[in-house]
Design a protein around this ligand. Sequence first.
Ligand code: TK8
Length: 338
Amino acid sequence: MNKLLMSAAVAALALVAGASASYAQNVQPRLIRFGYGLNEDSNQGRAVRFFAEEVKKRSGDKLKVRTFGAATLGPDVQMQNALIGGAQEMMVGSTATLVGTVKEFAIWDVPFLFANEKEADAVLDGPVGQKLLASLQAKGLVGLVYWENGFRNLTNSRHRIEKAEDIQGIKLRVMQNPVFLDTFKAVGANAVPMAFAELFTALETKAVDGQENPYTTIVSSKFYEVQKYLTVTNHVYSPWVVLASKAWWDKLSEDERKILLDAAVASREFERTDTRKDAQKALDQLKTSGMEITVMPESEVAKLREKAAPVAKTVIDNVGQPLWNEVQADIKKARGTN
Ligand code: TK8
């Protein structure tokens, strides 16, 4: 090696050493309490553990994510408040439960908004989706990424639901969210808002007749044990959102924030792939679980759409026409029809 090359190599080494020294300085040992609502053995649990592992690797074991499943730190809304108050660092939950904090999130709950997962990904990861995440900061939350909960389907213990009118009078648990409440009232159900953590017991004791969630959750929460009828409606796509406490986030170094953000983006890719695979598997499992599965015919789904149409109008009144137009423009773009 000639002298010039040699000194270049030494300089490069010094740079690397310098970089890693300063890197080390900006990452402190920290404990991150990360809560979620579903069971540990669920698509949500797997993705939370993936995130924890990524953070561990990327921080050289300094940032430790301790995970708490099955709502052991409380239901979604309670965890959001703990994040806002700085008593908990991170969580993942439904965007639907955020509507009381940032009303614009109601937009994702409009029935039949997205036709498929590809559209949902494009819009959520695109300008409007990111704008909504950014708007959480003013309320004390940092929105990192969206994960997939998925398209929701109906289950109940009363009778087979095949036609839109069969929903009439079913006592149906809905998320604590005005759009879900309005939607299911509009289609004739007796809609009861309730935290997810209370749902299994409510179904088991028949305090409610039914609920709606993706196949993955119907399996991981063992709803098939207490529900006889599953109706495939795909009436709305539900996103989950990974959140951090802003009070805590503001104390982190740039390096620490980058590690968490990069790990969150990696977890998003992992979670969506895993959830889509899991949904297929879950449906196969449900077929052998003793549940009776009915695919609601297109003509009946069209009736649901029609009955629920006024809900979109209410959401537009609440979030404003411009935001609605932005979402519609992004959906068109995703459909390749603009
Ligand atoms: C989990 C919930 C769940 C949601 C619900 O905490 O409440 O029905 O679908 O995923 O956020």
